[in-house]
Design a protein around this ligand. Structure first.
Ligand code: B12
Length: 207
């Protein structure tokens, strides 16, 4: 659909007003909320991520694009959550200690909510003790850890170690994370993107 490309381009340009407008138009035209997220918002943010990596854009542009992406998220989020109302299980999610990146984690949360999971989001810079405390209180079946920095990936290991004595499955993700690293630190699952995170959560809950 052409409108997905328009959404992605508006995210890349950081035009929040246009992202909102195109997302609303896409919905009116019958596009699925998940497709707007995957083919428009995430696709656009991926390009921004690549441009940042290649020094073609800098931090302010990235933040402006992230804000534009959130404007689109605000349009589709109520529909994603309402699309499947059944409670499939609870996932506790957060970005690990020392790490402030939350765009990908928020996408994973929204996709999980859209797929019918109850999600408790602890935000960013979450200490291992905090994960443990909320696991004790809320008894989620799955914990999702996000890290975008090679320097904070180690905090996934310490969080998993502390969660070992609780009946939860841990799923990890974030740009520098790999299946190999997940195996090394004893994570139950790894997913490279938000759509596969939903799949993996389903597998963990079924196992
Ligand atoms: C946006 C961004 C920022 C923003 C963050 C805004 C925010 N609210 O998140 C700001 C400007 C604040 C920022 C700051 C910094 N950043 Co930064 N940032 C990025 C950037 C450009 C994009 C990240 C992003 O949002 N990608 C888009 C999302 C959709 O992708 P994603 O996060 O990978 O998420 C997907 C998957 O990984 C997966 N996933 C994510 N989480 C989870 C969790 C689970 C459970 C699962 C299953 C899956 C999953 O699903 C997601 C959706 O598909 C990346 C470059 C890049 N290409 O990744 C650098 C990058 C991550 N940043 C980097 C750096 C160095 C920093 C700073 C240290 C810079 C500085 N010198 O101050 C600070 C660190 C601050 C801190 N303490 O965290 C480096 C990291 C290098 C490294 N190897 O460690 C990168 C790679 C840029 C680079 N090439 O140098 N950053």
């Amino acid at each position: 659909m052409l409108v997905f490309q328009e959404i992605a381009e508006a995210v890349i340009c950081g035009n929040a007003k246009k992202v909102k407008e195109y997302a609303e138009r896409a919905l009116e035209d019958g596009a699925l909320p998940q497709s707007i997220v995957n083919e428009g918002l995430i696709a656009g943010m991926n390009v921004v991520g690549m441009k940042f990596k290649n020094n073609e854009v800098y931090v302010p542009e990235v933040l402006i694009s992230a804000r534009a992406m959130h404007a689109g998220m605000d349009v589709v989020k109520p529909l994603l959550s309402a699309s499947e109302l059944q409670d499939k299980g609870t996932v506790l999610i957060g970005t690990v200690k020392g790490d402030l990146h939350d765009i990908g984690k928020n996408l994973v949360r929204m996709m999980l909510e859209g797929a019918g999971y109850r999600v408790i989001d602890l935000g960013v810079d979450v200490a291992p003790e905090k994960f443990v405390q909320v696991v004790q209180e809320q008894k989620p079946q799955v914990v999702g850890l996000s890290a975008l920095l090679t320097t904070t990936m180690v905090n996934m290991r310490s969080t998993i170690e502390r969660l070992k004595s609780y009946p939860v499955k841990v799923m990890i993700g974030g740009a520098p994370v790999t299946q190999k690293f997940a195996d090394e630190i004893g994570a139950d699952a790894y997913a490279p993107d938000a759509a596969s995170a939903v799949e993996k959560a389903g597998q963990l809950l079924a196992s």
